[in-house]
Design a protein around this ligand. Structure first.
Ligand code: BDR
Ligand code: CA
Length: 308
């Protein structure tokens, strides 16, 4: 069986935790590294949380610290109302035993891609600051990475922070536009599909017997996350943004796509909007527009149940 190498660039975050647990447990993925970025939580907490998740998985996954703030704009506040004060709902903070590695995320991403030409899928599920900085540091990575599969935007759906902007793009629109304008293969797993995949708390509760530690962690964290969705959107469950994006790296056939050049609006009125660009020099991105909801949910829960 082919095992796909993946780097997850992340701001953990409850759905980030789902994505990282999925990647760590899937026998189709080799989780080469986690790189941290500000977003749902501060950079310090994102880096700590990434190390905590690696420790819960009992895997020696290198964690590299990324950027603390966006390239240009003033930072937005953290999303504690969505992910809790520390990032995992009401679960108290804990200090990991492991240490982060001593190379910053943008340089580490380039180092790993150069050492594994054509083999790595880069999977950002937070603001795109580290990815834009990696592109600036070593532009040759565009032809050396296998592809970039991004959780971000909503080309047809509109936003979730404003009417126009999705949270990851909203948190660093300038970085996102640099990433969409680069000449590499990009798949966009945006709100167009992630908002369609909703899981109820009972589905997480059902994990606890099978995988008490990992399932138990998700059951506890999603209690908070699902309360947010209930209050904010009247939904009886949570949207599975980040895990669905990781699933798309190995099950692309579960999605249908349109191909468009994508740009990010940098004007104040609609800042952070991801939209189809009129610039024909931009490479076409593969924009997911439909998803097989039952299939991705089954793959997610079946994989988490193989944990402990
Ligand atoms: C995205 O924003 C963050 O809150 C989530 O972790 C996800 O990556 C959804 O808009
Ligand atoms: Ca995230």
């Amino acid at each position: 069986m082919n095992v796909q190498k993946i780097i997850i660039d992340t701001d953990p975050g409850i759905d980030d935790a789902m994505a990282i647990f999925f990647a760590g447990l899937s026998n189709k993925l080799d989780l080469v590294a986690l790189t941290s970025v500000f977003g749902n939580v501060t950079l310090d907490n994102a880096t700590r949380n990434a190390m905590v998740l690696a420790e819960i998985l009992e895997q020696n996954i290198p964690v590299s610290r990324g950027f603390p703030k966006p390239l240009v704009q003033t930072p937005n506040p953290v999303s504690d109302y969505v992910h809790g004060d520390e990032g995992f709902g009401d679960i108290p903070a804990r200090t990991p035993n492991a240490k982060e590695i001593n190379i910053p995320a943008d340089k580490y991403i380039c180092e790993l891609i150069n050492a594994n030409v054509g083999e790595i899928i880069l999977c950002p599920v937070g603001p795109l600051t580290n990815i834009a900085m990696a592109l600036r540091y070593d532009p040759t990575i565009v032809s050396k990475v296998k592809s970039v599969v991004i959780m971000g935007g909503g080309v047809f759906s509109g936003g979730n922070v404003t009417d126009f902007a999705e949270a990851n793009i909203w948190n660093d629109p300038h970085a996102a536009d640099e990433v969409f304008s680069a000449d590499w293969e990009v798949t966009v797993i945006g709100l167009d599909v992630t908002q369609k995949v909703i899981c109820a708390h009972t589905e997480f509760s059902a994990l606890v017997n099978k995988a008490p530690i990992i399932g138990g962690f998700l059951e506890q964290a999603t209690d908070f996350y699902i309360k947010f969705y209930k209050e904010a959107a009247g939904i009886n469950g949570c949207q599975m943004h980040d895990p669905i994006t990781v699933i798309a790296t190995i099950y692309p056939e579960l999605f249908t796509y349109e191909y468009h050049p994508i740009e990010v609006c940098l004007e104040p009125s609609k800042i952070g909007e991801t939209r189809i660009s009129k610039d024909n020099n931009r490479r076409l991105a593969k924009v997911a527009v439909e998803v097989d909801v039952d299939a991705v949910k089954k793959i997610f829960f079946d994989t988490i149940k193989t944990g402990f």
